[in-house]
Design a protein around this ligand. Structure first.
Ligand code: BTN
Length: 278
């Protein structure tokens, strides 16, 4: 395990949800950096109230407890830091080379973009199949006994490592929509090596949350890895939706979409890729 702020790794053979566990620990005053990793979750949580399921022992299911001193408007970048660390770790295993570098500079058009980030934080392969999902949960209320610690953000990530082994493992409605590292690598992938790499990458990525320049580097990193840019998108907001072309990521990490000659900045919402632009 890396000797950095993510050195305290608590392992569970089975738990309801690593996010639920760390939120409870945070309420009880746990410090930044605690990591929870599960072989299996019985009530894994996904975005938008969905569940997150994976067979026991196949995938990487983990949550980290962060306590960044961030304005509420910047807290979404904690999720970006985790998604980027996962992209870093997958690249370090030699699976899915990604356009762009750690500081957000483009590495050149000849570099294939096999694994990237669908804004805001799904990891996808070059065909847009989902490889991992990230769910941040927070607790902004002051908690007795937390000793004035900054409010916690628990960021959970589920990475499809060895499941599915192929499309046939997936329920029919997910075939062609989800993928695993094993499918991309053509062989089983070592979950421990991926965990080590992710926690090592997470330390510098989360350190970036602490300064304005660091936060801008995270946004540039997101822009470099973002597969949404250049595609037609439909942005589903709470009570409306619009279509346009995603053209970039703002310095704050928001998605910039051009629609009917207007440039709109999307702060939160569910972005559905329609098709790549010509
Ligand atoms: C999504 O819906 O895309 C987000 C899925 C996040 C799943 C991970 S698995 C580890 C952590 N614990 C949970 O209960 N959920 C997250």
């Amino acid at each position: 395990m890396p000797q950095n702020r993510f050195a305290e790794v608590r392992r569970f053979e089975s738990i309801d949800s690593t996010n639920r566990y760390l939120l409870d620990e945070a309420r009880a005053g746990a410090a930044e950096g605690v990591v929870a990793v599960a072989d299996h979750q019985t009530a894994g949580r996904g975005r938008l109230g969905r569940s997150w399921e994976a067979p026991p022992g196949a995938n990487l299911l983990l949550s980290v407890l962060l306590r960044p001193a961030l304005d509420p408007a910047d807290r979404h970048l904690a999720t970006t830091a985790v998604a980027l660390a996962a992209v870093d770790a997958i690249g370090a295993l030699g699976i899915g080379s990604v356009q762009g570098t750690r500081d957000g500079r483009e590495s050149g058009p000849s570099t294939p973009r096999a694994v990237g980030i669908k804004w805001p934080n799904d990891l996808v392969d070059g065909s847009g199949r989902k490889l991992a999902g990230v769910l941040a949960e927070t607790d902004l209320l002051p908690v007795a006994g937390s000793g004035g610690l900054p409010a916690p953000i628990v960021v959970g990530i589920g990475i499809n490592v060895n499941w599915p082994a192929g499309d046939a493992d997936l329920p029919p409605e997910l075939r062609g929509l989800a993928v695993s590292l094993r499918m991309l690598a053509g062989a089983p992938v070592d979950r421990e090596a991926l965990l080590d790499g992710l926690l090592a990458a997470l330390d510098p990525r989360t350190a970036e949350l602490g300064t304005p320049a660091g936060r801008q580097r995270l946004s540039r990193g997101l822009a470099a890895a973002c597969t949404t840019i250049g595609t037609r998108v439909r942005v589903d907001l709470t009570d409306s939706s619009f279509e346009g072309t995603a053209t970039g990521i703002s310095p704050e990490g928001h998605l910039i979409v051009t629609s009917d000659g207007d440039t709109k900045t999307v702060v939160a919402g569910d972005v559905v890729h329609l098709r790549p632009t010509a």
